[in-house]
Design a protein around this ligand. Structure first.
Ligand SMILES: NC(=O)c1ccc[n+]([C@@H]2O[C@H](COP(=O)([O-])OP(=O)(O)OC[C@H]3O[C@@H](n4cnc5c(N)ncnc54)[C@H](OP(=O)(O)O)[C@@H]3O)[C@@H](O)[C@H]2O)c1
Length: 222
């Protein structure tokens, strides 16, 4: 059985991805900042674990809890998008929080769980990025901290792929999704996004490593 760990799996795309992975026979380790409140995730059949990706002590505690347990696929999904402002109103206080969550978080979790991933059969590390992090597609401005954090995880996928040559390391764009983050006017449902993200991560192939792949399987420009 494939074991998949998904961060931020208590709501939004993470919860939908946990459901799709379980329906497809994966054992899902789903993390939540407040595990006691993650009832939908637990009801979906996931093993619920506590994790705040911005808190390095919490990351280490998770690694300690999972010591010796193989993990096949890691999906770094948890992220925040606290500030959509343009340059004059951009919230500088939100910057460090965004970077600690969206960039240092995936790096810390990946580093901490590397022994588990090395013990797994699949060796896939997927970090949920966004088309907002594509420098080639950035023609609308604003949202500085979020855009820059997603450009940074794109680099993370590329650098990990160069270093971890026996892994498949991907940046995955889930599309514009109707979640708390994406808003009610977004173009696709969490389930549609999650079904696509699942196909990408479950079907990840060696030649795709270092790629920036959309939920529909197409490759995005950096
Ligand atoms: N929705 C979109 O249109 C869209 C588009 C492109 C990319 N994305 C990306 O897709 C991923 C999921 O987004 P979403 O739309 O599902 O967002 P969401 O509905 O806002 O959910 C975010 C998830 O991340 C968790 N999280 C936030 N900060 C965390 C922290 N410090 N530690 C651990 N968990 C934390 C949240 O947990 P709490 O419940 O505890 O806050 C929640 O589970 C993100 O990487 C996002 O950037 C989304």
């Amino acid at each position: 059985m494939t074991t998949t760990l998904i961060t931020g799996a208590n709501r939004g795309i993470g919860l939908a991805l946990a459901r799709v992975a379980i329906e497809n026979g994966h054992a899902v380790l789903g993390t939540a900042r407040d595990p006691a409140a993650a009832t939908e995730l637990r009801d979906a059949g996931a093993r619920v674990l506590g994790l705040d990706v911005a808190d390095l002590g919490s990351v280490e505690a998770l690694a300690g809890e999972l010591a010796g347990e193989p993990i096949d696929i890691l999906v770094n999904n948890a992220a925040i998008y606290p500030d959509k402002a343009g340059i004059e109103a951009t919230d500088l206080d939100a910057f460090s929080r965004t970077m600690e969550t969206n960039v240092r978080g995936p790096i810390a979790v990946t580093r901490a769980l590397l022994p588990n991933l090395r013990a797994g059969d699949r060796r896939v590390i997927a970090t949920v990025s966004s088309s907002m992090g594509s420098i080639a597609k950035a023609d609308s401005g604003r949202s500085y901290a979020y855009r820059m954090s997603k450009a940074a995880v794109n680099m993370m996928a590329k650098a990990l792929a160069a270093e971890l040559t026996d892994f498949v390391c991907l940046a995955v764009d889930p599309g514009w999704v109707r979640t708390d983050m994406g808003g009610a006017g977004a173009s696709i449902s969490p389930r549609e996004s999650a079904a696509g993200v699942f196909r990408v991560v479950d079907g990840a192939r060696a030649e795709q490593t270092g790629g920036f792949i959309r939920y529909d399987g197409t490759t995005l420009p950096w």
